[in-house]
Design a protein around this ligand. Sequence first.
Ligand code: ZN
Length: 439
Amino acid sequence: MSEIDTLIHARWIIPVNSSRDILEHHSLAIHDGKILAILPRAEAEQQYQPKQIKDLKGHALIPGFVNTHGHAAMSLMRGKADDLELMDWLNNHIWPTEAKWVNEQFVHDGTRLAIAEMLRSGTTTFSDNYFFPDVSAATAHEAGIRCQIAFPVIDFANRWAKDAEQHLHKGLEVNDQFRNQPLVNVAFGPHSPYAVSEDALRQVAVLSDQLDLPVQMHICETADEVSQIRERTGKRPVHYLEELGLLTPRLQCVHMTQLNDDDIRRIAEYGCHILHCPESNLKLGSGFCEVTRLKKEGINVALGTDGCASNNDLDMLGEMRTAALLAKVVGKDMSSMGAYEALECATLNGAKALGLDATTGSLEVGKSADITAIDLDVLECAPLYNPASQIVYASTRNQVSHVWVEGQLLLDDRNLTRMHESELIETARDWHHKITSKA
Ligand SMILES: [Zn+2]
């Protein structure tokens, strides 16, 4: 018998592999943070002597969710301004609050709260785009969750940087600082075609090519943005970005609710990724991303929650269900985004978009043990014909019981192992008090 770190016995394992398997009564062996084997339970019991065993009799193991787009620290503004149009929401509520309150402590506390919420809903990798990215990266590293830190590049001054040039300079320092942290990946996060100058966008294109770093940007979020860019440049946003050299397989396009045939052709041709954030698009009334069409063109579509202030949660199970339902209406195709496909969008496609699919996104031997367990032995999921369907269409995040990142157990029977819930709630209350009493 060989000694290993952890052996998980599960009722189902949904590896999210190319053959779309659903394994029953299998076990997953973890050693040195990696998936060592996935095999029938009886064989696993004969073969391995684990230091830790989890016997999850009514659970499904899936790859941890990859939340490809968000602004973690904005969790401290959850519910502060709702039911508004995007530019009104940004100009009159979010940006003024940020100008007044965002500092290192805000980012630390908000990011921690967001990470706790994400772990408790099964996310093992998240992408962040926010001020003080060095603080977000350090907070994620300390929490043990995998992340992509897309450092912001924006023209206007804020407490982190005064102009686009300084954003780039400080962002590249963050890249150097976290170069040797395997859980932290750094990317460029130019805000949008309308909030970053042409010069700065050209610089991002050149630097991302030189350093082989991804670029994540809000693109074609609203119809207004498209008109604004067309007025300024004579081109639609996607065409404009093509001319700046930004359309590459490293580009992660967030939202994309306003695409025409020409835009879709360019995105497919360059192999850019689309990060679909349906709940944020719905809440801000931005429009619909035509996922069914994009997928038919072979474009990789992944899911993100966006920031908590426009969602208002960081729940990938909820996002996945919304995406699956919406795809049928928008694509006028009931078979569009079936349950297994929705799981792919929330896991493996996200890892592909972030360039992390060799490491995470599916449960396969040799990949990192980034795993989420969902308890399906509950009356809300009875009877159970198909666990993938039950996860996508009938489960809530309260059923997420265990989460491992790189083999480390970060959520144990719904308890966070490295953070205290009561402390997180207390800190959020303090911020609420500060922000509202002096606003
Ligand atoms: Zn966003």
